[in-house]
Each structure stands twice: as C-alpha cells, then as structure tokens.
Design a protein around this ligand. Structure first.
Ligand SMILES: *[C@@H]1O[C@H](CO)[C@@H](O)[C@H](O)[C@H]1NC(C)=O
Ligand SMILES: *[C@@H]1O[C@H](CO)[C@@H](O)[C@H](O)[C@H]1NC(C)=O
Ligand SMILES: *[C@@H]1O[C@H](CO)[C@@H](O)[C@H](O)[C@H]1NC(C)=O
Ligand SMILES: *[C@@H]1O[C@H](CO)[C@@H](O)[C@H](O)[C@H]1NC(C)=O
Length: 457
C-alpha cells in the first residue's frame, strides 16, 4: 500500500500544480509564450508596415495582455500551450500607423493562426501591391477575413493566388487603386460569404463563374469600370442578400435568373447602361427593401410588379427614360419611404392612392409629363415638406379648394395661369420643412449604415 502511494500522490500534485505552473510560466518566462518563428514573422510584418521603428525593443512580447501593442489580438492554443496571433489591425488610430514607404507584407499569410487582417488607410504614399505567396505548402492559411480598404496607393491587379486562401469568408478590397480584370480564380473560393471589390478601377466583364460562390451573402462590385452583361449565373447565388453593381459600364438587360435571388434585400444597379425590359420574375424578389436603379437607358414603361414588392422602402428609378403612367399598384407599397421617378417621360396623373403612403417622406416626380390634380392632402404635404418635388410637370396643378398653406413651390392652382407660386413659406411650415429634412438626412444615414451592416454583419 505504501509502495503504491507515491505514484498517485505525484499525479495528484501535478494536477493541482498544473494551472499554477502554466500561469507562472507565462509571467516568469514570457519569451516562451509565443513561438519564436511566429514572433519573428510578426516582426517582419511590422518591419514592412509600421511607422514605429522601435517596436522590436519596445514590444518583446506583443501577444502578452497589456503589452501595449494595439492592433493585435492573440489567442492561447491548448495544442501547444502558446499564444498565437489571430488578428491584425493596421493603419489608423488607435491601431499602429503605417510608414510612408509601407509595402504589403506577404508574411501575413504565414501566421499559422491568423483569422483576420484589416489594413485601412495604410498604403497611401509609396505604391504598394498585394502579394500572396504562390500555392504554399500545407497547412493552408486559416485566414477568414482579409480587409484592405482605403489605401490610395495600393495598385496593380488582384492576385489570382487569393484563391489559395481556402478559409476566406470575407474579402474586402474596397477603395483602393486596383486595376485589371477580376481574376476568375477568386470564384473558386467557395467559402466566401462577402466579396467587396467596390471603388477601384477594375475592368473586363463579370465572369459567369461568379455563380460558383454559393455561400455568398453580399456582393459589391460597384464603382469600377466593369463592362458586358450581368451574367445569368448570378441567379445561382441563392442566399444573396446584397447585390451592388452600380456605377459601372454594364450593358444588356437584367437577366431573368434574377428572380432566383429570393433573399435579396438590397439591389443596386444605378449608373450603368442597362436597358429594358424588366424580367417577369421581378415579383419573386419578395424580400427586397431597396431597389436602386437610377441612370440607365431603360426606355420602357414602369413595371406593375414593383407594386407587389411590399417590403420596398426605397425605390429609385430616375433618369432612365421610363414612359407611360405611374402604376396605381405602387400605392400598395405602404412601407415606401423614398420614391425617385424624376427625369423620365412619365405621363398621366399621380395615382390617388399615393396619399395613403404613410411612411413616405421623400418623393421626387419632377421633370416628367404628369398632369391633373395633385392628390395629396395636407397631412401628406406637411410630412414631406421640401422633400416633395413635383416641379417640371407643366400639367400638374392643385385643387383650388386646397388650403392656402398646402400650396407647393413649382405647382400652381388649377385654373390659375400663374402656376409657379412664390408664396413666402410660413413660419410653422418652415419648421415642419426643417423637420422633414432632418428626417430625410437621418434616413440616408440609416440606409448608409444598413449598407454597412449587411456587409459587415
Ligand atoms: C414595414 O416596416 C415595418 C417596420 O420597419 C416592419 O415591421 C414591417 O414588417 C414592414 N412591412 C412589410 C410588409 O414589410
Ligand atoms: C386609402 O386607404 C383607405 C384605407 O385602406 C382606403 O379606403 C382608400 O380608398 C385609400 N385611398 C385611395 C385614394 O386609394
Ligand atoms: C390624409 O390622408 C391620410 C391617409 O388616407 C389620413 O390618414 C389623414 O387623416 C388625412 N389627413 C387629412 C387632414 O385629411
Ligand atoms: C428631384 O430631382 C431633381 C432632378 O434630379 C433634383 O434637382 C432635385 O433636387 C430633387 N428634389 C428633391 C426634393 O430631392
């Protein structure tokens, strides 16, 4: 019995002491808390980027909590009982600032546990290029999020090797100076959830392989110089919630397959060269809240089907050569807060039901051929104030029975030749106008932040 005792006791002691031992190890011998090779890689990354030249001496243990090195996150791994870098954030305060001659550090792809990299406003002086080591040996980079944003000196093409980052879920290369075509290899990154290449100078077409990204929730290719048609394979992105292709040089029609995108909440195609007709299946986009399609030479009539998209909050179809009447079905869009139909060739009357659009506070119907009596009552007019624009429709007028307060600048009273009212705005009215302008600004803000939320979660 006595002979057996020392062994369990030894084990017991080890078990009791282990947690104490392991925490002591970190505080007593901090150098050993990080793999030296990984630490060296991290220093090399900082050498390429950081404006702080003394970091090697100043931060001997950058992963240690309280090391003072901002812009870094580390996690303890139970596999090797070491701290590993999991996130790097560089470029703007409070994160480490970049030096003028910063170059892109391919070493980031060698950090074995790195989940996320954010490099924001870092390469702004000396030209830098994204560089990814060619097909490196396993273990593959575990990187899930790569965000290189607002780097005005980040030039060159998107390297096809980006597809070797097999764990990549979020790729943001927005607001840089990237050129050339979108490498088709990017569309083999099947784990991608969000792809944002907006605000660059990318050229070429949107490859049909885009349809391979079956897990994609957000796709933003806006503000580039992409040409050609929207590939019909876009319909294969079944769980897509945000699609922004605005401000490119896209031609052709909206592909019929768009009706497959039944999770779509935000669709922006503004500022392209798309023409009519609209696909019939538009009616299936029942999750749609934002449809932004200003400035396209559509030159068809407005589709009735929009009236079925009951969740629509913003509908922008200005400056696109639409003719015919405004479908009265649009009065069913009870959640609509903003409707832009200005600068078209719309004729006929404003649907009576519009006065029931109780959430609307921005309505622009200016510069069309609308005529007849404006159907809005005073509640409506007061809510919209200056966010109602009916100007440039020479056939529109106000019922003479409308209260004097309700008369809108740019529209005269029916039967009165002096159509342009120059009545001074009353004080109470001015306050209301001010109020609705504020409301509009705050909506714009909401939309903008929605734009971001949907993208970054
Ligand atoms: C209208 O908007 C409200 C509030 O945003 C929302 O709760 C409601 O579900 C929306 N209605 C429709 C038909 O989408
Ligand atoms: C406005 O809505 C009410 C209630 O749903 C309805 O009775 C009325 O006909 C509508 N007005 C117009 C002009 O469509
Ligand atoms: C204007 O119309 C709306 C919607 O039909 C109604 O709720 C409101 O009471 C009306 N306002 C006036 C002053 O008649
Ligand atoms: C309506 O559209 C016209 C033409 O684009 C623009 O000049 C005007 O400012 C807009 N009005 C409102 C209230 O947004």
């Amino acid at each position: 019995m006595l002979s057996l005792f020392p062994f369990p006791l030894h084990l017991l002691l080890l078990l009791i002491c282990f947690p104490v031992f392991s925490t002591n190890q970190q505080s007593l011998a901090p150098d050993s808390s990080m793999n030296r090779h990984e630490l060296e890689t991290l220093y090399k990354i900082m050498e390429s980027l950081s404006a702080d030249e003394d970091w090697r001496a100043a931060y001997p243990n950058p992963c240690q909590p309280g090391s003072g090195w901002t812009g870094i996150e580390c996690k303890h791994s139970t596999l090797d009982n070491l701290l590993h870098v999991t996130r790097l954030d560089l470029g703007t305060f409070p994160n480490p600032a970049c030096k003028n001659s910063a170059t892109f550090p391919p070493e980031i792809f060698h950090l074995p546990n790195l989940d996320a990299v954010f490099i924001f406003q870092c390469f702004t002086n000396a030209p830098a290029r994204i560089s990814i080591p060619p097909n490196k040996l396993p273990p593959a980079s575990p990187l899930q999020q790569l965000s290189l944003r607002s780097n005005s000196a980040l030039i060159g093409t998107i390297p096809p090797q980006i597809s070797t980052l097999k764990s990549l879920q979020i790729l943001t290369l927005s607001q840089n100076r990237l050129t050339g075509p979108i490498p088709v290899e990017i569309f083999t990154s099947s784990s991608l959830l969000h792809l944002d290449l907006s605000y660059n100078t990318l050229t070429g077409t949107i490859p049909p392989e885009v349809g391979n990204l079956g897990k994609l929730v957000g796709l933003d290719l806006s503000y580039n110089k992409l040409t050609g048609a929207i590939p019909p394979t876009i319909g294969e992105l079944r769980i897509l919630q945000k699609l922004d292709l605005s401000s490119n040089l896209l031609t052709g029609t909206i592909p019929d397959s768009i009706h497959e995108l039944q999770s779509l909440v935000f669709l922006a195609l503004s500022n392209n060269r798309l023409h009519g007709a609209f696909p019939k299946g538009l009616i299936n986009l029942h999750s749609l809240q934002y449809f932004l399609m200003d400035n396209n030479p559509m030159s068809v009539s407005l589709p009735e089907e929009f009236g079925q998209l009951k969740k629509l909050q913003e509908l922008r179809l200005s400056n696109s050569g639409y003719s015919g009447t405004i479908p009265s079905a649009y009065s069913q869009l009870l959640n609509l807060s903003s409707l832009s139909l200005q600068n078209n060739r719309l004729s006929g009357t404003i649907p009576d039901g519009f006065t029931n659009l109780s959430h609307i506070y921005h309505l622009n119907l200016s510069r069309n051929f609308l005529q007849g009596v404006v159907p809005f009552n005073s509640t409506f007019l007061k809510r919209l104030g200056r966010n109602l624009d009916l100007s440039g429709n020479s056939g529109l007028c106000f019922s003479p029975s409308a209260a004097a307060d309700d008369v809108i600048i740019g529209v005269g009273v029916c039967g009165n030749n002096d159509r342009i009212s120059s009545k001074p705005v009353k004080k109470s009215e001015a306050a209301l106008l001010h109020c609705s302008t504020l409301l509009f600004v705050s909506l714009c803000f909401t939309i903008l932040s929605f734009h971001h939320t949907i993208y970054y979660f």
